[in-house]
Design a protein around this ligand. Structure first.
Ligand SMILES: Nc1ncnc2c1ncn2[C@@H]1O[C@H](COP(=O)(O)OP(=O)(O)OP(=O)(O)O)[C@@H](O)[C@H]1O
Ligand SMILES: [Mg+2]
Length: 313
């Protein structure tokens, strides 16, 4: 405590705890004058103003690995993987988006031109800090693209354990993230099998535009085949895409999915031209057209996946 003599203005630095509460007067060692102790006690420092607590970063109970997958092409897998990952990141989760498609569309949709990605990580040509690139706040990308041909060769050359190649490379990085979202290529190849040996949850977009239930049935059989070796992987979400309410068939197909698969079926993503325009600008739907039906529908999906109906409200 700083005590200032009111007579000679000499400053005395005194340990407050050493002054008995009964003492009311002090004597200045400079001018030898007495003065009431209260008189020159410095005002106590103002109590810090209460500030609103900053929300703690959102955390899941351990990392959630979600694969966006269906062997059929053009059903909205990449659109969904990118906007799911970006939306979860906007909601405060830390997200790694992994592109396992040689088309490399995820990076394109985010307006990025990565020089390296998954292949370089698996081949140990680059450390994770360089292979994984920042994409947005809370969002990182492990890119795919043509270089994945090299990864397929690495997998093919392995005499055993090839299906674990991707899991072995990504698992050590996981602790930094709440979600790992994996986009897959159409068809069925060693990389798809690798994805199914890594993710635990599958989100399958099914286009309501075309009756793709048959392709979906085939895909379910393939998952069942993998499940014999890896019980952890399971179909968790069926996401109807390209819903066109003007077309009766679209709603019939949605009703059929609901009847067959119940609560696993998410609210559909409507056909929305904004979703097809956004990639050319390298923007997510929330950046390109935040008020669009597409942004609205993907926010709804994120609430379901995160299990938090209050997100974005
Ligand atoms: N709900 C939607 N409304 C309108 N266009 C959409 C919608 N979802 C996706 N698209 C567009 O449809 C095309 C195919 O979508 P996308 O690339 O996401 O499918 P995909 O399943 O990843 O395809 P592939 O199997 O070739 O990887 C893209 O041009 C995309 O912009
Ligand atoms: Mg795709």
């Amino acid at each position: 405590m700083l005590i200032i003599c009111p007579h000679c203005k000499k400053q005395h630095n005194i340990d407050e705890k050493r002054i008995p509460p009964s003492v009311k007067m002090a004597r200045c060692q400079g001018c030898n004058q007495q003065f009431p102790l209260e008189f020159s006690r410095q005002a106590p420092p103002a109590a810090p103003k209460p500030v609103a607590p900053t929300p703690a970063p959102k955390r899941t109970n351990g990392v959630r690995r979600i694969g966006v997958s269906l062997s059929k092409g053009g059903v909205g897998k990449t659109t969904t993987a990118v906007n799911l990952a970006a939306g979860l990141a906007m909601a405060g989760f830390r997200v790694l988006l992994v592109d396992t498609d040689t088309q490399g569309q995820s990076a394109f949709m985010l307006g990025l031109k990565p020089k390296a990605g998954l292949t370089e990580l698996v081949a140990e040509e680059l450390p994770a800090a360089e292979a994984v690139i920042p994409a947005r706040k809370n969002l990182w990308l492990l890119a795919g693209g043509k270089g994945l041909a090299g990864l397929k060769r690495i997998i093919d050359r392995k005499d055993f354990g090839g299906e674990q190649t991707m899991a072995d490379a990504i698992t050590p990085l996981e602790t930094a993230y709440d979600y790992v979202v994996v986009d897959t290529s159409p068809g069925w190849d060693p990389l798809t099998v690798n994805v199914l040996f890594y993710v635990n949850e599958l989100l399958t977009p099914v286009s309501l535009e075309v009756m793709s239930l048959q392709g979906f049935g085939e895909f379910l059989k393939s998952i069942a085949a993998i499940q014999k070796y890896r019980k952890e992987v399971a179909l968790k979400y069926i996401l109807p895409t390209f819903r066109d309410q003007r077309v009766k068939q679209s709603d019939d197909f949605f009703a059929q999915l609901k009847k067959l698969y119940g609560p696993m079926v998410c609210e559909p993503i409507r056909y929305n031209v904004r979703l097809s325009e956004a990639p050319a600008y390298g923007q997510t739907i929330y950046e390109f057209a935040p008020g669009s039906n597409g942004a609205h529908d993907y926010r709804e999906l994120i609430r379901k996946v995160a299990g938090d109906p209050t997100l974005f409200t």
